[in-house]
Ligand binder design. Structure first.
Ligand code: NAP
Ligand code: HSE
Length: 338
């Protein structure tokens, strides 16, 4: 039995669920030949009272605790500090399992070599508990991407769903925060930035390993009226925040914006915090994936799934090896933008 020491950064909505799931899946890891031990968890305030973590979990604010780790789980969020904490350990050849799409989108120059090396597992960073990076970097690599459209923000989808039943934008956002779906600050969600971070990760996994964060066009929900949402419902339609990667002349375009969908559209079927993705590939045809897009346990399921993959010998999520040729004779689905 191999002994593996796990270094945890963060014990908030996601981290506390990861700690619990790591505890309940210990016997599964043992069946894979690994005995896991979680080191004291690195947090901001080690004296905070914490519920929903396994009995006996220890906390520290000393980053040196990570020195003893073989594998690092990062559930802290943000860019600069998170990168400072994980980078030396990646340089030491350790494995990183992260849910942090902001860091992946905005610190790409530093992280890309480690991703190419298979050291970084990040299924939870896009669509939380819905496995999309595994299929896109695995089976679906046999296809060239033609177009991809996705609902990527659990918070925005929750807000839109609640507004359809008459809730105000402010009340719906407060509810999403109380459920642990929103980023800190939630402006990251409602501005479309969080969805754009995820779309950027998707673009690098599918069409171009060097897709620039700055090239994503972003429009959020801030200027959307309740009237527009209710009017859509009265016409049998839905307003959704959709991220798309589509051919645009000789380049790939990536954009996040609110759009109007027919009620029967596959992306219109995902309500509340659920997410959905439609991928079209030249060989695969259309593939639709849908599931939990935010929340502690669904996100933990993807992160612990990454650990199980690692123990099974599956490498981390690797970006597209090269840029995919843009199909010039292909007409992607176009939406009515709001
Ligand atoms: P959260 O509830 O705010 O938890 C953040 C944790 O990080 C807290 O335990 C906090 O410590 C710790 N932390 C913050 N700054 C720190 C620092 N400088 N040094 C050490 N620890 C620090 O956030 P979350 O919702 O769990 O999200 C965490 C990450 O998962 C983010 O990258 C987010 O985008 C991603 N994610 C979230 C969801 C979701 O549904 N929430 C889903 C998918 C991905 P204290 O507890 O002491 O404050
Ligand atoms: N704030 C994010 C969302 C969490 O609402 O989708 C999941 O990544």
């Amino acid at each position: 039995m191999k002994r593996v020491r796990i270094g945890m950064i963060g014990s908030g909505t996601v981290g506390s669920s990861v700690l619990s799931l790591l505890e309940t899946r210990r016997s599964l890891f043992e069946s894979q030949g690994y005995k896991t031990k979680v080191l004291p968890v690195l947090v901001r305030d080690p004296n905070k009272s914490r519920e929903n973590v396994p009995l006996g979990t220890q906390f520290t604010n000393d980053p040196d605790v990570l020195e003893d780790a073989d594998i690092i789980f990062e559930t802290m969020g943000g860019t600069t500090r998170a990168l400072e904490l994980v980078k030396p350990h990646l340089e030491d050849g350790k494995i990183l399992i992260t849910a942090n799409k902001a860091m992946l989108a905005e610190c790409w120059d530093v992280l890309k070599p480690f991703m190419m090396n298979g050291q970084v597992y990040c299924e939870a960073s896009v669509m939380a508990g819905t496995p999309v990076l595994g299929p896109l970097t695995g089976t679906l690599r046999s296809s060239n991407t033609l177009e991809l459209h996705a609902i990527l923000s659990g918070t925005c989808n929750y807000i839109l769903t609640r507004m359809e039943s008459g809730a105000t934008y402010a009340d719906a956002l407060s509810e999403a925060q109380a459920k642990g779906y929103a980023e800190d600050p939630p402006t990251l969600d409602v501005s479309g930035t969080d969805a754009a971070h995820k779309l950027c990760v998707l673009a690098r996994m599918t069409v171009d390993p060097d897709f620039a964060w700055e090239n994503i066009q972003i429009k959020g929900l801030e200027n959307l009226s309740s009237q527009a949402v209710l009017e859509a419902v009265s016409q049998g339609k839905r307003v959704k925040l959709v991220g798309s990667i589509i051919p645009d002349g000789s380049t790939w375009a990536a954009k996040v914006r609110p759009v109007l969908l027919e009620g029967s559209h596959p992306l219109a079927q995902s309500a509340a915090s659920r997410n959905a993705m439609i991928f079209s590939g030249d060989a695969s045809g259309t593939v639709i994936l849908q599931g939990g897009g935010a929340g502690g346990l669904v996100t933990a399921s993807a992160m612990v799934g990454d650990l199980i993959d690692h123990f099974s010998g599956v490498t981390g999520h690797q970006p597209s090896p090269e840029a995919t040729k843009v199909p010039t004779d292909y007409q992607p689905e176009l939406f009515e933008e709001l």
